[in-house]
Write a protein that binds this ligand. Sequence first.
Ligand code: CA
Length: 224
Amino acid sequence: MHVLLIEDDPAITAGIVDALTGAAHRVSHVGTGGAGLRAVRDEAPDLVVLDLGLPDIDGTDVCRRIRADSSVPIIVISARSEEIDRVLALEMGADDFLVKPFGIRELIARIRAVTRRTLSDGQEAPSTERHLGPLTIDLRGQRITVNDTPVHLTAIEYQLLVYLSQEPGAVRPRSDILREVWKTEWFGATKTLDAHVAALRKKLGSPAWIESVRAVGFRFEIPA
Ligand code: CA
């Protein structure tokens, strides 16, 4: 798999390039956001690992600009652990977020999880549509509309919505969601889940679609 790394720190770059090459990925590297945007266009990588703190363009802007015309999976890495950065990155279309310093095994596990999600999309999609009030999920084309207006979701937001909406009204425990959508037992991912739910509610146009069930998880509901 071809991974594009957009990162300006030489030490972090060296560590990631070594590790990913060792895990049989092909890695190309650029040190600025501008070069990153060109590389996404010219090299069509299979996955992007994106640092938020870049010398020329803020990483969240780079993320948004990549997402504007590409569905390539993006894993954001950042030294800024603030929740706002995490939420912002996910809203800008990132598929996952890792706070520096992170273990290289964690990065490789996330790459595997993100690509498994995106690869399985096409294989598992049955040729059906799910109609849920004003929301339509085209499982074959992986298109979402609300009141016939297209809604653009990231790969993970799409998987999350498909999972939650299987059975409107049913409570889905956090641990089930993490296992089924994120393919992880790692409970630290729960803040990531909250951020994705927040992004999904916003994109669907109403928080009423996904109700928080205190201390348990979430319930998908068709708003009245
Ligand atoms: Ca940096």
